[in-house]
Structure formats: structure tokens, C-alpha cells
Design a protein around this ligand. Structure first.
Ligand code: ZN
Length: 69
């Protein structure tokens, strides 16, 4: 991971590992559809955690917001 926001990391660490893997494997890419996010950074967001990285299949920039429950 390139950038990890401390607050975002704290939120992320509260998510069970199996759920974390499902979130990472279920990111939408404009070219490929559902894909896996790689080389991602983790940023704190008002609504939750924002993952910003690349599509595993094509390398395009992808992002996913994981909302707080
Ligand atoms: Zn893609």
C-alpha cells in the first residue's frame, strides 16, 4: 500500500479479514466490470474508507468507498 491514512487503517482493521478480502475482490472497473483492486492507498472519508488503486486486470485507476456501518 502506498499511502495509508491512520484513521482509515483503524477503521479497516475493525473489518474481519474475510470481509476485507471480499471488498478488495469486488471493485468496479469501467473496462472490466467487477475486478480486484491492487496497489491501493487507503484514505479516511466522511462516509467510511476510500480505497484508491488500480484494476488487477487492466491497470486502470479504480476506487471503492467502504461505508461505515
Ligand atoms: Zn479493468
Amino acid at each position: 500500500m502506498a499511502i495509508v491514512d491512520l484513521k482509515a487503517a483503524q477503521k479497516w482493521n475493525k473489518i474481519p479479514k474475510d470481509i476485507q478480502e471480499k471488498l478488495i475482490d469486488n471493485v468496479f472497473c469501467g473496462k472490466c466490470g467487477v475486478t480486484t483492486i491492487v496497489d491501493y492507498s487507503m484514505l479516511d472519508d466522511q462516509l467510511g474508507i476510500l480505497l484508491q488503486g488500480k484494476c488487477k486486470k487492466c491497470g486502470e485507476a479504480v476506487a471503492r468507498l467502504i461505508e461505515d456501518n
